[in-house]
Design a protein around this ligand. Structure first.
Ligand SMILES: Cc1cc2nc3c(=O)[nH]c(=O)nc-3n(C[C@H](O)[C@H](O)[C@H](O)COP(=O)(O)OP(=O)(O)OC[C@H]3O[C@@H](n4cnc5c(N)ncnc54)[C@H](O)[C@@H]3O)c2cc1C
Length: 325
């Protein structure tokens, strides 16, 4: 029986939430189409991920163990996945849409003559056809694309699906991988992370994002206090990263990061389409803005119209006192 293969992105002993979202959706597609569900995890010690993965219902977990996976490089990932694809002939290969997936999926699609549907917001498999919706033009419109290629690869934007557990008894299959690191044309020397990245923005459950309305260092402090009280990651609009109040690594939007937290605070952000492109998948959006006509309110679940310099201290104090019981 053919299968749907999900590539699992995982680092530092933790599986990325976006991969679990893809795995959960593929479990549904596999069962609807009478296919098996498989997951591939590549790591210096992949066994540390199998317990978590088995909670999401794959029939088989392919583990590829090699020291080269200690620091992420696309070349060995492409080689190992290519071997699994050649040996097991999946119907569909699915990735969480990450920077790495762009190159890995592109290379694998070319090598295996697969149809490629990158960066989709939703997708279905009905018999011979994979159909996907993909946000284009800064997410102003959705394009509907499809492929009836015998092998299709798809990468999925984070937050498109819920990660839902369905524990099963996954078989773990170790895949031998012979890789000569001497042939590598690039090496990863160091991973630099900004001092502001206390919580990984792309994976965060709660994000407090700052816009131009925060104005200065006093506004920065209020945003940091709120994020601290919530245990949230900090994000920012481009207006703020360009002003230097927060580093460019925290920019959310078309030319920044795409986030999909359970809770998103937009603080002094107008809601330009380029910003919304990076946060529209957030589950609950709270907008704080003094302009009642700010476009961000069109996307907000809850809107607070008022001066953020008055609202934020009260909000932070309330959250701290609720948390303190
Ligand atoms: C090609 C391109 C790519 C881009 N990519 C991105 C991107 O990736 N991410 C991104 O964010 N932008 C991006 N932009 C820029 C985008 O168009 C906007 O200019 C930017 O998002 C505006 O940021 P802002 O909402 O913080 O600022 P503004 O639009 O200036 O809004 C500030 C808001 O703060 C409110 N405010 C002011 N003072 C207070 C107060 N005291 N209390 C409460 N509210 C207050 C105002 O009412 C206003 O709504 C891009 C633009 C282009 C052309």
């Amino acid at each position: 029986m053919s299968h749907i293969l999900v590539y699992i992105a995982a680092t530092d002993g933790k599986v990325k939430r976006s991969s679990l979202e893809v795995l959960s959706h593929c479990r549904k597609l596999a069962s609807e189409n009478g296919l098996k569900l498989t997951a591939a995890v590549l790591d210096a010690d992949p066994s540390r991920y199998t317990e978590t993965l088995s909670k999401y219902g794959p029939d088989t977990i392919f583990t590829v163990k090699h020291p080269v996976f200690g620091n992420h490089l696309n070349t060995p990932v492409i080689e190992a996945l290519s071997n699994i694809i050649s040996d097991s002939a999946p119907r569909l290969v699915a990735f969480a849409s990450t920077e790495s997936a762009k190159e890995v999926m592109g290379a694998l699609s070319a090598r295996h003559q697969a149809g490629a549907l990158p960066d989709v917001a939703s997708f279905t498999l009905n018999g011979d056809v994979v159909e996907a919706e993909r946000p284009v033009m800064s997410a102003k419109v959705l394009s509907l694309t499809s492929s009836n290629s015998p092998l299709v690869m798809v990468s999925v934007r984070s937050g498109s699906y819920d990660a839902t557990e369905q524990p099963g008894t996954a078989a773990v299959q170790e895949v031998a991988f012979d890789f000569d690191t001497a042939g590598l044309k690039n090496v990863l020397k160091e991973v630099l992370s900004s001092a502001g990245d206390k919580v990984d923005l792309s994976e965060a459950e709660v994000v407090v994002a700052a816009g131009r309305g925060i104005k200065d260092a006093d506004g920065v402090k209020l945003v940091e206090d709120l994020a601290d009280a919530l245990g949230a990651a900090i994000g920012a609009s481009r207006a703020v990263t360009e002003s230097g109040l927060f580093p460019a690594t925290l920019q959310i939007g078309q030319t920044g990061k795409v986030v999909s937290p359970q809770l998103y605070f937009a603080v002094g952000i107008s809601g330009a389409i380029q910003h919304v492109a990076g946060m529209a998948n957030s589950k609950v959006i709270v907008a704080i803005n003094k302009d009642p006509d700010a476009p961000i309110f069109q996307y907000a679940t809850y809107g607070l119209v008022g001066d953020l310099f008055k609202i934020l201290p009260l909000l932070t104090e309330q959250i701290r006192s609720v948390k303190a019981g």
